[in-house]
Design a protein around this ligand. Structure first.
Ligand code: 1CP
Length: 340
């Protein structure tokens, strides 16, 4: 375990002097016909509960593009189901039938035994490691704010106004909910590493709607609490922040090795603002809908702009879109591979 010599792990640690590693957020998913074929037979939740099917879909993008890391197939919301949230995954995105509306709802949330109640995920990780023993595997969770935003809102949203309001209306209940989420998430990440994950990523997908003050209290503090659960292990810790630009000076202090950067800021600017950390990103996923020449040019432009190529992991600046042309993905991967 560990795969410490892989380009991906070395880049996480800032000491990769070989080819630049590349993987893709949401790399197993609906842009791949082989994933759609699996989903014609089973629902998303059935897929997430089957260690064999998890392994099959994790292998799809690796077989096609030989990416430098695999990522566990699951969802950030999976952790919430044993806590008592009822979640459905229709076409348009997740829907929660019993959103958190009051402090009494927070009191009803269950603490969970991650080894027992999320055993199908951990079995999936062990199965993936048997199938892909030489590929670094990334485990993941959602940040407490990103999870809470679905829990309070009941679905995805543009600005998560209800979730933000809940923090200010019920600060004590919010603190209780965030502490519980952070501790379960921390134990869950630890269990993922013990099952075989070589690195872990926290998705702070929606914290970018918070004021700077709230960002410190409701994004960074709970995330540091999570990372504290795994800081003594070898696995590098990645924090993906959507809309990182306003918070670079705050994120700089987070207890982790890598910052995943969205596409709203130049990757080189983020790298300069985050000394001592590696960066991951940040091609705009919509570029993949344009001509292959432009995909190659944009990929190369991002790489050319960086001062230090030993601490970069190439990726998109957010998840790949369902209808993305596969040729574009290949053009991006080939360009990164040929870079040095
Ligand atoms: O097949 C389907 O119809 C389900 C679509 C789908 C998939 C493929 C969902 C529902 N989740 C996933 C898998 C998933 N989700 C993975 C593993 C796949 C991989 O990376 O290869 C990961 C890491 C996630 C993480 C996730 N889920 C995030 C954080 C990443 C991000 O994009 O910012 C978020 C916000 C979710 C919630 C969620 N689950 C599913 C969807 C469509 C969404 C987003 C909906 C929204 O925008 O609110």
């Amino acid at each position: 375990m560990g795969l410490t010599d892989s380009a991906f792990v070395r880049a996480c640690r800032g000491c990769n002097d070989g080819p630049i590693p590349v993987w893709i957020m949401r790399q197993a998913g609906r842009y791949l016909p082989e994933y759609r074929a699996v989903r014609e037979k089973v629902s998303f939740q059935e897929l997430c509960r089957s260690p064999e099917l998890i392994t099959e879909v994790v292998k799809h993008p690796i077989a096609r593009f030989d990416l430098d890391a695999a990522i566990l197939f699951s969802d950030i919301l999976t952790m919430l189901e044993p806590m008592g949230m009822q979640i459905d995954f229709p076409e348009g995105g997740p829907v929660l039938a019993n959103p958190i509306e009051s402090p009494a709802d927070v009191d009803r949330l269950r603490d969970i035994d991650v080894e027992k109640e999320l055993s199908f995920v951990l079995a999936g990780i062990r199965e993936i490691k048997r199938a892909l023993p030489d590929k670094p595997l990334i485990g993941f969770i959602g940040s407490p704010f990103t999870l809470a935003s679905y829990m309070v809102q009941g679905s995805g949203s543009k600005n998560f106004a209800r979730a933000k309001r809940f923090l200010h209306e019920y600060p004590e209940a919010s603190q209780k909910m965030f502490d519980l989420l952070a501790d379960i998430a921390g134990r869950y990440l630890r269990a993922q590493i013990e099952a075989g994950a070589d690195a872990v990523q926290v998705f702070e997908s929606w914290g970018g709607v918070l004021s700077r003050r709230d960002y410190i209290d409701w994004s960074v503090k709970p995330i540091n609490r999570i990372f504290g659960h795994v800081g003594d292990l070898q696995a590098p810790r990645i924090l993906f922040v959507n809309n990182v630009a306003p918070y670079l000076d705050i994120v700089k202090e987070v207890d982790c090795e890598v910052i995943g950067v969205d596409y709203l800021i130049e990757l080189a600017e983020a790298a300069r603002a985050l000394p001592g950390k590696s960066v991951q990103g940040n091609l705009d996923p919509s570029v993949l809908f344009g001509p292959a020449d432009n995909v190659r040019a944009e990929t190369k432009r991002i790489l050319d702009s960086l001062d230090n190529h030993n601490r970069v992991i190439f990726n998109l600046g957010h998840g790949i879109e369902p209808e993305t042309p596969i040729e574009s993905v290949q053009a991006m991967v080939d360009t990164v591979r040929a870079y040095r």
